[in-house]
Design a protein around this ligand. Structure first.
Ligand code: ADP
Ligand code: MG
Length: 565
């Protein structure tokens, strides 16, 4: 056996057998790096691109060291989403199948009693989402005394999703753990902060250059007219013809509208979002995985970390929240060495912002205008011809020839072929003509270059939101992009819910549109955690409702400056 086979790593028989049964012979690079460590008794931070096999990279060493028999919780794996936790639990189950240990999955939305039962019955590996896991710890149903290893999977996303308090609560309740391993595809500041606080002199293994993406993925950006995004999506689907496509939207409502519109256009599409019951989510995922449902429209959160084989296309509608989201979403395709295509649909206006967002990242993006009905028609014709010309001969050729001869005495040959071709062509939409509208928008944009500097301006409209004053400014190293991204993440809103952003040296004014305002009123802790808002400041940081009384703001007459054109 060559050295880099699993067999070359002194793994225990039970693990080798499970790997062999699964057909895995070579470790992926990240697995190789972790398995090659002299000792697993240390804190570890692993940064590797999505789809690189991180799950086994932590499961194999953990199981390698386990004394058997065992019937107490020893290993706790925390995942950002229910789906990911379930997926990791399934991976833990097959890899440990010859070790006679069991796995408990602790996720919200599923029966508490069943989870308590699986813990009572002696689960050794516990995989959970932070909220539900902490809940079990607080109720005493998950006993932590024996847990020696904690794995924070997709650490960056757990923090994005606002699980900081839960994570800290869990880690604080495990003071005697032997090791904490943090896995993540990206390393934003919040993750570094968490690791400084909870990991002790961790070893850092990185398999990605700071700006490197996943080279199995081709990135394409299509420009679509902003008012015809759905029509643009239909055209792109007809053009790219994804075998299995995952479409990302910003909100739950978007996922439902888009899936509905696609169904109306003749595509089979389902939606996946956080407000579905777990049973509904599992059902739609199962049909997507089985290939019954070739298109799945999902929110970012719902699709994070999902490992579905054979996703050929990831399609992102509109501007991703930030560069990390873009990288993570595209990581749903091109997994485990398969090539994938990552498509972004942007309006001309958004395209400038996207280029700005990519910054210095070395992600090669091909730019295209949305294909028009004419080009789509041409390719559909070619496909139909191809189907016809490469078709295999009918079994009883003679009788079909006789049938054809008979028909030809009744219908003209041209007419007959035309009807047959029509019956062979796809009954889907043939696409929309969008080029004229797109050209208009591109021209409009070049007349008025997007202001990507230190302002996010009102563009000739009067402000209609509520101003929020945040306590950090240019002097603290903040800029428009960072503020926008932090506010959207903290309040769990889309960029379209944020209006103008006006940077000052020591503070910044942000216009909250109604949804963002209501989220802010519900919970502004995210902004406090990011140091943008003083603890307890709450509504005190709201300045005024601009359209009603623009001049009575804390900023006095300067409020006029909001109306830039
Ligand atoms: P990540 O967590 O890095 O995004 P996963 O652990 O989910 O990636 O792995 C991605 C896919 O690759 C999974 O389907 C997994 O079963 C498969 N995989 C992992 N390790 C190997 C291996 N050594 N050989 C073949 N396939 C593997
Ligand atoms: Mg993973």
């Amino acid at each position: 056996m060559s050295d880099n086979c699993f067999a070359g790593y002194n793994l225990r028989e039970e693990l080798l057998l499970a790997l062999q049964k699964k057909g895995f012979t070579l470790p992926t690079p990240v697995q190789e790096k972790v398995l090659a460590l002299d000792s697993f008794d240390l804190d570890l931070i692993v940064r590797a691109k999505t789809g690189s096999g991180k799950t086994l990279a932590f499961l194999l060493p953990m199981l390698q060291e386990m004394d058997l028999p065992e019937s107490n919780p020893k290993i706790l794996i925390l995942s950002p989403t229910r789906e990911l936790a379930q997926q990791t639990a399934r991976e833990a189950e097959w890899i440990s199948r010859y070790m006679d240990i069991s796995v408990a999955t602790l996720v919200g939305g599923l029966d508490m009693a069943a989870q308590i039962r699986s813990l009572k019955e002696g689960a050794v590996i516990v995989v959970g989402t932070p909220g539900r896991t902490l809940d079990h710890i607080n109720r005493g149903t998950l006993r932590t005394a024996n847990i020696h290893s904690v794995i924070l999977d997709e650490g960056d996303h757990m923090l994005d999703m606002g699980f900081k308090d839960e994570l800290e609560g869990i880690l604080d309740s495990l003071p005697d753990r032997k090791r904490t391993w943090l896995f993540s595809a990206t390393m934003p500041r919040e993750v570094r902060e968490l690791s400084t606080k909870y990991l002790s002199s961790p070893l850092f293994i990185s398999l990605v250059g700071e700006e490197e993406g996943n080279e199995d993925i081709a990135h394409k950006a299509y420009l679509v007219p902003s008012r015809y995004r759905m029509e643009g999506l239909v055209n792109i689907l007809l053009w790219e013809r994804p075998k299995r496509g995952l479409i990302f939207c910003h909100t739950r409502l978007d996922t439902m509208t888009v899936a509905q519109r696609l169904s109306e256009s003749g595509f089979k599409a389902g939606s996946l979002h956080g407000e579905m019951t777990q049973r509904e989510r599992n059902a739609v995922l199962a049909s997507f995985k089985s290939g019954q449902l070739p298109l799945l429209v999902a929110t970012n959160v719902a699709a994070r970390g999902l490992d579905v084989e054979g996703v050929t296309h990831v399609i992102q509608l509109g501007l991703p929240d930030d560069r990390d989201t873009f990288v993570h979403r595209s990581g749903r395709t091109g997994r485990a060495g398969h090539e994938g295509i990552n498509i972004l649909l942007l309006s001309p206006q958004e395209s400038t912002k996207f280029k700005y967002m990519l910054g210095s990242a070395k992600v090669p993006v091909e730019w295209h205008n949305v294909p028009d009905a004419e080009a789509i028609g041409k390719i559909q014709k070619e496909i139909t011809e191809e189907k016809l010309l490469t078709m295999k001969e009918p079994d009883d050729r003679e009788s079909y020839l006789a049938w054809a001869e008979d028909l030809l005495t009744r219908v003209g040959a041209k007419d007959l072929v035309a009807r047959l071709l029509w019956s062979l062509s796809s009954k889907r939409s043939t696409g929309y003509t969008l080029s004229a509208e797109l050209d208009r928008e591109i021209r409009r944009k070049s007349r008025r270059p997007a202001d990507e500097g230190q302002e996010r301006s009102f563009k000739s409209r009067r402000p209609k939101g509520t101003m929020l004053r945040l306590g950090k400014g240019l002097a603290d190293g903040w800029d428009v992009g960072r503020v926008l991204s932090a506010v959207c993440t903290s309040l769990h809103v889309d960029r379209s819910e944020i209006g103008a952003i006006r940077m000052k040296d020591d503070h910044v004014l942000v216009e909250l549109l109604p949804m963002a305002l209501s989220r802010f009123n519900e919970d502004c802790r995210g902004l406090e955690q990011r140091g943008l808002l003083e603890a307890g400041a709450g509504k005190g940081a709201l300045l005024f409702s601009a359209p009603a009384r623009p001049r009575r703001s804390a900023d006095g007459p300067r409020a006029r400056k909001w109306e830039r054109s």
